[in-house]
Design a protein around this ligand. Structure first.
Ligand SMILES: Cc1cc2nc3c(=O)[nH]c(=O)nc-3n(C[C@H](O)[C@H](O)[C@H](O)COP(=O)(O)OP(=O)(O)OC[C@H]3O[C@@H](n4cnc5c(N)ncnc54)[C@H](O)[C@@H]3O)c2cc1C
Length: 500
């Protein structure tokens, strides 16, 4: 237990789901003493989130000690829409990469969570209290106290509720969770082949076992289908008058699955009915208590971005907490967290609701129109190719949030670089989750004296900098800058701006 002077930790994280896991790993990468409280000894074993976007992948891939991407993710090679007969209306071959990474990957949430636990164990400054939960939180002047279910009182400078949509921390902090809960239930089914199907498993004409995703535009029963080698995920709309509980019975699940695959060859791993929510906490911070992930927002699943948004949250939060607890900044730095994230979550929630409206269309005429539009788009020469081969433009922070410096809010590219003439590596590997100062033909320390002591100091096209500064060459030609200027980069890869 902490003393009056020394708290138990700089940060207590409530919840070791994927968002709490990434937060703990990022704090650990910055050496922030952290305690994570989690009721379950092991990750929830059944698949939940199925896809991640490139921004989330980039944050995860750069974690020191994270297993290689192939170990926990597979690129989503095809995506699009199929008709009631399951034939493709439009399927896009997704070949684009950004930052040296696939645009979207298929994941198994439990595999990802296991990987994060390994990363956390390797940090040396994160302690996990498994089998315990946070019962309530109490402000205590310059600290916050997490009261656990065994009566223990953990003190910390900051506490982050990553305890999911039904967040105890959010409720204890008196934060409302306004929004909508939709009455429409969906059945979600995860299945794995009992034996290897030899690549025959696939949506939208995929036969090579690569991960594929399709909206099923069927007014009789809208659905979503995902396949990857020997695994499937289906989501079916529950129709008016159907009893959700009956739908999860094995014989009913098998009858739905039969349209896609031989049910006898499959093991049904999970069949559950869920309704979806579009909600956001009305404040993401109450004093020394912060919220992230599903505790801060519930996003409808149709855009497949629920978890990615949570990972973006902690990418934006962890460096601020590290800087504040390390004394480099005052607590006001944390005000930017909610401002930056709220706007992005609001936009994404609106997009997910829009996609949901299209996918859930049951009116035959409207559904026919949407299918016609998808077919027409597929027939436009070169469009499918262009859609699949061009990366989505990176998200930028608006100038009003990013600050006054030139280029603030842009995203740092991730070229292959050579450090001091060494073998090529990605720039992200050199930087880790730290501030970076990149001098263009100069040593950044000759331009600014505001560089934090644990920042990575790099000199581009400047062969012999003084000790403490690494000379790099950009093998892909993506790092442009005026000679004598310095690009200051936040640990989450948004540019703080250009200094001269
Ligand atoms: C059935 C289901 C299907 C889903 N499918 C998809 C999908 O296809 N795509 C997608 O993007 N997203 C999906 N999601 C959502 C996605 O899984 C979430 O966005 C993601 O899990 C959010 O992570 P989180 O860490 O914020 O919360 P959670 O994953 O909910 O983790 C919260 C953690 O907090 C712990 N906890 C709870 N109470 C306490 C407490 N009092 N003290 C300490 N710890 C506590 C829990 O044990 C848990 O480990 C699905 C979710 C569910 C439940």
């Amino acid at each position: 237990m902490g003393t009056r002077d020394e708290p138990d930790a700089s940060v207590v994280v409530a919840g070791l789901g994927p968002v709490g896991g990434v937060l703990a790993a990022l704090l650990g990468a910055r050496g922030v003493p952290t305690v994570v409280v989690e009721p379950n000894e092991r990750p929830y074993p059944k698949p939940r989130a199925a896809v991640l976007d490139v921004e989330a992948i980039r944050i995860l891939a750069a974690l020191p000690g994270m297993p290689p991407l192939e170990g926990w993710a597979a690129p989503l090679a095809r995506n699009g829409a199929v008709g009631p007969d399951r034939q493709p209306l439009i399927m896009i071959d997704q070949t684009a990469r950004a930052f040296g990474l696939p645009q979207v990957v298929r994941i198994d949430q439990p595999v990802l969570e296991e990987g994060l636990r390994t990363v956390i164990a390797g940090t040396g400054c994160v302690e996990v209290l498994a089998g315990r939960s946070v019962r309530t939180v109490e402000p205590d002047g310059e600290r916050v106290i997490a009261v656990l279910d065994d009566g223990r009182r953990l003190t910390a400078r900051w506490l982050v509720g990553c305890d999911g949509a039904a967040s105890t921390v959010r409720a204890a902090a008196g934060i409302d969770f306004p929004g909508r809960t939709f009455a429409q239930p969906w059945l979600v089914v995860d299945a794995a082949a009992r034996s290897d199907t030899g690549g025959s498993c696939g949506v939208g004409g995929t036969t090579d076992g690569a991960a594929a995703f399709a909206f099923v535009l069927d007014p009789a029963r809208p659905a979503v289908a995902m396949s990857q080698r020997d695994r499937w995920r289906w989501e079916w709309m529950v129709l008016p008058g159907e009893d959700p509980e009956t739908l999860t019975r094995p014989e009913v699940v098998r009858s739905l699955v039969a349209a896609w695959a031989d049910p006898a060859a499959l093991e049904i791993q999970r069949a559950a009915v869920f309704t979806f929510h579009a909600r956001m906490a009305d404040r993401w911070r109450a004093g020394r208590i912060l919220l992230a992930g599903d505790a801060a927002h519930a996003i409808p699943p149709f855009a497949g971005l629920g978890l990615s948004m949570g990972i973006r949250d902690v990418g934006a939060l962890a460096w601020r907490l590290a800087d504040v607890t390390g004394g480099a900044s005052g607590p006001e730095l944390l005000d930017g967290y909610e401002r930056e994230r709220r706007a992005d979550v609001r936009r994404t929630t609106a997009m997910a609701l829009g996609i949901g409206r299209l996918v859930q269309t049951r009116n035959r005429a409207a559904s026919g129109l949407i299918r016609g539009l998808a077919r027409t788009a597929a027939a436009v020469p070169g469009l499918r190719m262009r859609l699949g081969s061009r990366p989505v433009p990176p998200r930028r922070l608006p100038r009003s949030l990013a600050g006054p410096l030139p280029q603030a809010g842009r995203v740092l590219p991730n070229p292959r670089v050579s450090v001091a003439g060494g073998a090529p590596v990605r720039l992200d590997e050199v930087i880790g989750y730290r501030w970076a100062y990149i001098g263009h033909r100069c040593d950044p320390r000759t331009v600014t004296d505001t560089i934090p002591h644990d920042a990575v100091v790099l000199a581009l096209l400047y062969p012999d900098p003084a000790p403490g500064c690494l000379s790099i060459s950009d093998l892909d030609g993506l790092l442009n800058g005026t000679p004598g200027t310095v690009t200051a980069v936040r640990p989450d890869r948004f540019l703080h701006g250009v200094l001269k």
